[in-house]
Design a protein around this ligand. Structure first.
Ligand SMILES: [Zn+2]
Length: 318
């Protein structure tokens, strides 16, 4: 009996000492000043965990220069849409992410506008994946990155599907996709111009609204304040969404206070490997939105069952 008691006491003592030894370390990890805490990497790239739900992944593409946007959307019934593919040099990274998720087919590949940090990665993706439709605005462009994209499309026998304001379709059975900008008139006018500025092309980016039951998402690509103002005037009733993709990677060219007030996002995502503007970041925070920038959080996954929304960042930088 005494031996048993001694044995139990000894075990208790060992457990207590282990807890004391481990807890300072745990504390060190969760409260450390600069440590990056990996919290969601396994969940982020888990293929099975969120099946049957809407999944949106903001990919973090690592490069020394601005790597651009790439957002993968998977409907609850498994259809896929890729909004942009980042720049040429990060095409392989994107390809590996798609491999990890076993995404072999992109049902809707979207090139929001012809700038290299949005279409470049398609050079790789067009060679490695099956593509259903490739959606883009009908805009002429003369860069090498753009002509290579057109060549790769020809090689795969893919014609562009031009889309504009008012076009809508369903991703799978239950996710509504609506193009809310640019207008046909703006595109026709642009085609008559001899040369379009960077700003002009950015303002002609596709703006896409996605709705799944109670949740709505707005993808704004690279629009500037001028286009935001137009949308506030013309599309006010469509702009109030739960999750906003901050225009132009969260840069100060965009994110008018009036636009933020109209969109009223609960969550704002900033797709940027290089952090763009503290001012804009704080503007969203002050407006009551939670802000997730890929430069801070790495890859970010949003999961929705139509009722509940969950945001899973790859890491937290404190
Ligand atoms: Zn861009």
């Amino acid at each position: 009996m005494i031996q048993r008691l001694l044995c139990v006491s000894l075990m208790l003592l060992i457990i207590i000492s282990l807890t004391v030894l481990i807890s300072p370390n745990l504390k060190a990890i969760t409260t450390s000043g600069k440590k990056e805490v990996s919290i969601g990497r396994n969940e982020l790239f888990n293929k099975e965990q969120h099946q049957g739900k809407l999944q949106i992944r903001y990919f973090h593409l690592e490069a020394n220069e601005k790597s651009g946007d790439s957002i993968l959307i998977k409907s609850p019934d498994g259809q896929t849409m890729l909004i942009d593919a980042g720049m040429v040099d990060t095409g392989d990274q994107l390809d590996r992410y798609l491999d990890q998720l076993s995404i072999n087919k992109i049902d809707y590949a979207v090139a929001t506008h012809p700038h290299h940090d949005h279409i470049g990665g398609y050079h790789t993706i067009l060679q490695s994946r099956q593509i259903g439709l490739l959606l883009m605005p009908d805009l002429p462009h003369t860069t090498e990155v753009y002509s290579t994209l057109l060549n790769r499309m020809t090689e795969r026998n893919i014609q562009p599907t031009y889309v504009k304001d008012g076009d809508r379709f369903r991703l799978g059975k239950n996710v509504e996709v609506e193009i809310i900008s640019p207008s046909n008139g703006a595109l026709e006018k642009a085609k008559k111009e001899k040369k379009l500025s960077t700003k002009d092309i950015n303002n002609l980016s596709l703006v896409i609204k996605l709705t799944y039951n109670n949740h709505s998402f707005l993808f704004t690509s690279d629009i500037y304040k001028k286009q935001e103002r137009k949308l506030v005037h013309l599309k006010e009733d469509l702009l109030d969404v739960d999750v906003l993709d901050a225009p132009h990677h969260g840069d100060s060219t965009s994110s008018l206070q009036a636009f933020i007030n109209t969109v009223k996002p609960s969550y704002t995502m900033m797709s940027a490997n290089i952090f763009q503007s503290k001012k804009v970041y704080e503007r969203y925070l002050k407006s009551g939105s939670e802000v997730y920038a890929t430069s801070m959080y790495g890859n970010i996954l949003i999961v929705s069952d139509g009722e509940h929304l969950k945001i899973i960042p790859e890491k937290i930088k404190r």
